[in-house]
Design a protein around this ligand. Structure first.
Ligand SMILES: Cc1ncc(COP(=O)(O)O)c(C=O)c1O
Length: 457
């Protein structure tokens, strides 16, 4: 068995057809005991992780380009996180913030207030447990502050699986059969430049999507009734689609003119993924910061933690009792969160996100130049989507190819996940501590698996 540091520097190696014997036992037990609606199509049962690598219960080694879906930006097995959580565990696990205040909660809130690029000088932060809760609370805060009840979200959006956030989520797979949906949610068209009307220039396409938003105000809900516009700076589940900055700038202006809160759902994009701590840092530098940021996933390096940050005036405008949570801001999770911020700073993970993102995206663009099934390669920093199509002109999605490609890649030790309303995008969401050698090894497996998948179709 490899030492932990050897695992961290190792390359993928799968020595048997998957699942291996131990993994099969656990997967069979899973099938017996866990609802199949909690989906999983991967034959991988993790035993331990280090950096960007995971080892399964049969000793196979995988390079993980999903990172728990954007949770492990600082990498598996970060010693500083482990030590901080152990130290906290020796003292106490839980101090419910409505009853006993604990230091980690307050310290982490203060650190995030220093760093989160919302549209305010004085900020406040509250913690919850998951991305969905962060978005749901962001909406509650916007509603309570503005005294308005309606919200605008986007085509392709994913905001979670609670009653409110599954209504906000675009894809009906997530809410079919659990109706009625929550009221007051209106959907605008996300500025998906690759699929803008044919022949439009970038500027024309952005104007086209802004006009679509105006239709929502004209025919869906008057702007003066809208509490919040909630947008993912780079759509995640929707297909790794960056919202063009020009569009967000216009959105900011519309929000300012109409007293609407601009909410950035940075659940998947946050914590150095984009080459900045948040994509909203790019927005703020360009003069169009959001009012509220919902964050989760990589904030806790695998412990359940999420947060909402807004200007103090907005947070203090919320009726007492409207927000809160028993476990939100748990002492162990906040201990991890404090380390995450230090690791991002000390290991310069924002710079790393740009470096490894460039290597990966150059690799994907090279594949695009040689394989006409790749329609688009896009992203910011290390959040990169590769969109597969049957035809470059019609842009017909190619989900069959993507699902085969993923299966082959996993069998060779590369874990990848699809995205997109049509499941025809593959995401690059590797831990930011991945080595260059590992990225090149991953790109090799990617191409080999693409060839194998194409040969089957
Ligand atoms: C942008 C975005 N918002 C919200 C969520 C929901 O987060 P959670 O699964 O932690 O509730 C996700 C999860 O993938 C997400 O990507």
């Amino acid at each position: 068995m490899l030492e932990t540091d050897e695992l961290q520097a190792s390359l993928p190696q799968v020595a048997m057809p998957l699942p291996g014997p131990e993994a099969k036992k656990i997967l069979d037990k899973r099938t017996e005991n866990v609802p199949s609606a909690v989906l999983c199509n991967y034959p991988v049962v993790i035993n331990r992780g280090s950096g960007a690598m995971i080892e399964d219960v049969d000793g196979n080694r995988f390079l993980d380009w999903v990172a728990g879906v954007g949770v492990m930006n600082v990498g598996y097995g970060q010693q500083r996180v482990i030590d901080a959580v152990k130290k906290q565990a020796d003292k106490f696990f839980h101090g419910m913030i409505n009853i006993t205040t604990h230091r980690n909660y307050v310290d982490l809130a203060a650190r995030i207030n220093e760093l989160a690029p919302v549209n305010a000088d004085k900020k406040k932060t509250m913690f919850v447990n998951s991305g969905a809760e962060a978005v749901e609370n962001a909406v509650k805060i916007a509603k309570s502050f503005t005294g308005r009840g309606d919200v605008i979200v986007f085509s392709g959006a994913f905001h979670g699986r609670t009653a409110l956030t599954s209504t906000m989520t675009a894809k009906k797979t997530y809410s079919y059969g659990i109706e009625p949906a929550m009221g007051g949610i209106h959907r605008a068209e996300f500025p998906y430049l690759y699929r803008a009307p044919k022949g439009y220039s970038r500027d024309e396409a952005i104007q086209y999507y802004l006009d679509k938003l105006q239709y929502v105000f004209e025919q869906g809900v008057p702007a003066k009734q809208v509490a919040a516009i909630v947008i993912e700076p780079i759509q995640g589940e929707g297909g790794f689609i960056p919202a063009p900055f020009e569009y967000v700038k216009a959105l900011r202006k519309i929000c300012d003119e109409n007293g609407i809160m601009l909410v950035a759902d940075e659940v998947q994009t946050g914590f150095a993924r984009s080459g900045k701590l948040f994509v909203s840092n790019y927005w703020k530098e360009n003069g169009f910061a959001p009012d509220i940021i919902a964050m989760a996933k990589s904030i806790g390096a695998g412990l359940p933690l999420a947060a909402v940050t807004a200007g103090a005036n907005i947070m203090e405008g919320v009726q007492p009792g409207i927000v809160g949570s028993t476990f939100g801001g748990n002492a162990l999770a906040c201990a991890a969160g404090l380390q995450v911020l230090d690791i991002i700073h000390d290991e310069k993970l924002t710079d790393r996100a740009l470096n490894i993102g460039k290597i990966a995206s150059d690799g994907f663009k090279d594949l695009q130049s040689r394989y006409d099934v790749i329609g688009d390669v896009r992203g910011i920093g290390s959040m990169i989507g590769v969109e597969f199509v049957k035809d470059q002109t019609t842009k017909e999605p190619y989900p069959e190819l993507v699902s085969k490609l993923i299966k082959h890649a996993v069998s060779h030790g590369l874990i990848m996940e699809n995205a997109g309303v049509h499941d025809n995008v593959i995401r690059f969401l590797s831990p930011l501590v991945v080595t260059e050698e590992q990225i090149h090894a991953g790109l090799k497996i990617y191409e080999q698996s693409l060839n194998e998948a194409l040969a089957e179709l």
